[in-house]
Design a protein around this ligand. Structure first.
Ligand code: HEM
Length: 144
């Protein structure tokens, strides 16, 4: 089947997918780890989120499920475009800045790097960066 490269950006989708699969096998609470890291580095972002544990747990689950869905379709650019636009629209009310997206992305990649350990090679890192840039660009379009 022909592979579609989203938005002319080039990243190795298979590498990202494989890395994410391995990370999830190693760490079943990836989303929780990620939010802990995000809030430790950027306490100001905590105010966007509910402090209620059950709501927090729900948010972690939504984030984790979205990532699994994304990984399934990461090389399907029409799906990514549509899904990320919807997700971006849901985020519009928070009036997020480029800096918020940047901090969020860095904390996420650091979480992946932490769990992946030695498997987080330069090639894997490059692939993740490409994928994340593509996802956030598609989300931000909905802010316009
Ligand atoms: C690629 C980047 C991102 C992804 C994949 C993502 C994913 C998600 C998902 C799946 C939800 C649940 C949406 C729903 O209710 O259906 C959500 C909600 C939310 N996201 Fe994001 N998000 C991203 C970026 C960000 C950024 C940069 C921020 C702010 C720093 C942020 C803050 C929030 C907040 C505050 C909520 C609502 C939480 C609540 O209802 O308590 N997100 N996000």
């Amino acid at each position: 089947m022909r592979r579609v490269t989203p938005f002319n950006s080039s990243f190795d989708a298979a590498l990202v997918r494989d890395s994410y699969k391995k990370v999830l096998e190693r760490e079943h609470h990836l989303a929780r780890l990620f939010y802990e890291k995000l809030f430790a580095k950027h306490p100001e972002l905590q105010s966007f989120f509910s402090a209620t544990p059950a709501v927090r747990a729900h948010q972690e689950k939504m984030f984790a499920m979205m990532l699994v869905a994304i990984m399934d379709r990461i090389d399907d650019s029409p799906w990514i475009d549509q899904e990320m636009a919807q997700l971006g629209a849901k985020h519009r009310r928070f009036q997020l800045t480029d800096a918020n997206y940047h901090d969020f992305g860095v904390a996420f990649l650091e979480t992946i790097a932490h769990v992946a350990g030695a498997d987080f090679t330069h090639d894997v890192e490059r692939a993740w960066r490409g994928a994340w840039d593509m996802l956030t660009a598609a989300m931000k379009k909905a802010h316009g």
